[in-house]
Write a protein that binds this ligand. Sequence first.
Ligand code: FAD
Length: 467
Amino acid sequence: MTAEQIIASLEELVASGDAPGKVLTDPADLETYGKDWTKIHTPAPLAIVLPKTTEQVQALVKFANENQVALVPSGGRTGLSAGAVAANGEVVVAFDNMNKIVDFNASDRTVRCQAGVITEQLQNFAEENDLYYPVDFASAGSSQLGGNLSTNAGGIKVIRYGMSRDWVAGLKVVTGKGDVLDLNKDLEKNNTGYDLRHLFIGAEGTLGFITEATMKLTRKPNDLTVLVLGVNDLTNTMDVLKAFQNKMDLTAYEFFSHQAMQHVLAHGQVQAPFETEAPYYALLEFEAVSDQVMDDAMEVFEHCMEEGWVLDGVISQSETQAQSLWMLREGISESIAPRTPYKNDISVVVSRVPGFLQEIESVVTEHYPDFEIIWFGHIGDGNLHLNILKPEDMPKEEFFEKCQQVNKWVFEIVEKYEGSVSAEHGVGMTKKDYLRYTRSEAEIAYLRGIKQVFDPNGIMNPGKIFD
Ligand SMILES: Cc1cc2nc3c(=O)[nH]c(=O)nc-3n(C[C@H](O)[C@H](O)[C@H](O)COP(=O)(O)OP(=O)(O)OC[C@H]3O[C@@H](n4cnc5c(N)ncnc54)[C@H](O)[C@@H]3O)c2cc1C
């Protein structure tokens, strides 16, 4: 089939029914929908399809199988591993027009959403109904539920509420073979063999499309209070975490370096939390539901000061102040984005973080002496974001090549500590060469086998996770 014939067929496929979809081929649209946040690869899709219904998605998949057309699922394109990138003439299937909340069950506390619902739209819907959707991160205003589930997104509340996976009651998917499956039927208990729902979560669109999801909601947290602490060194962040967790439940525990904070402050929207300069900062959040909880927090804070782990601290006195303290952490990705950061998103089990951190830090200092390194992350669940900023005068290609040389050392430490080369961003294209540092050969063979079952013709997001 020629490109023109494929485009004409796509137009025909989504034109049917009461809710016709759209096909875009304008160069500006191809550029926009062909990439995610990584911006490493040059986008080059053949066309963009915006379906309106699951039936249209199914028709697209059947057509793709019959004609060997590669499909790339696309959500909000905030992904950080090039999972939604179309750089080889693929057809992008974008869910922007499947963005409705279709059902709400107040007694089950579940909400059925189309895949294109924006994360923040779901959070706001929960709030309007006096409930809470706890998966949250800085890109929640643009990312879509289909993308969140396909990457099993984590974020800033994992320490208390878990990952996206934990909030899925049911999924509607179109497999790579073109079957529509209603997975788990929103049941809380359903032990009837393999739970296929969980295979699609985190599959990065390589097994099929998620077209709808039923998400669970929970009670709203009360009196969320934020404490920002200046911390003496990276390993002390873990001493502080342990001290607080021995006394109280935290809803978040994040860290960032002084350099990371400097980038946020340069944007001018927030101020430094206090005058004392510290190499690292910990941000923790808890529900201050009683005077006793506040007293406990103050007692632990004083203990951390006495131990010399903490240099200074500030506690929020209002919701507005809590939000602006959160900006110190949540504003980092955006503030460094113009510097084309090379991102590593690594993790180990929490108890092994201190030794892991020390080894990573010494390798990075030794091998990146000329690069600006930005540390931050969800350290409460063992997840570190290591960002290397491109020197202004260095060409992009040379910079990424240098970063990849150092990856070997970083990932060898990850392997030694039995950690993950991608804690929450997925594998996509950027981490596929390093998958073996976290997954064994036998495991990868099973992954390939599963792919073969759901997508025997290899039309779903080829070249992502593995070749
Ligand atoms: C500023 C910033 C902060 C971030 N912070 C975090 C964080 O704290 N935690 C975290 O986990 N991530 C974070 N991310 C990464 C990103 O936002 C998440 O991975 C998010 O879940 C991606 O959603 P998306 O809709 O943008 O997906 P996309 O980037 O569009 O796609 C991601 C993957 O999902 C697939 N996909 C998309 N929609 C579907 C569908 N309907 N069916 C099947 N496959 C599909 C794509 O093919 C791709 O492989 C951050 C990103 C940015 C830019």
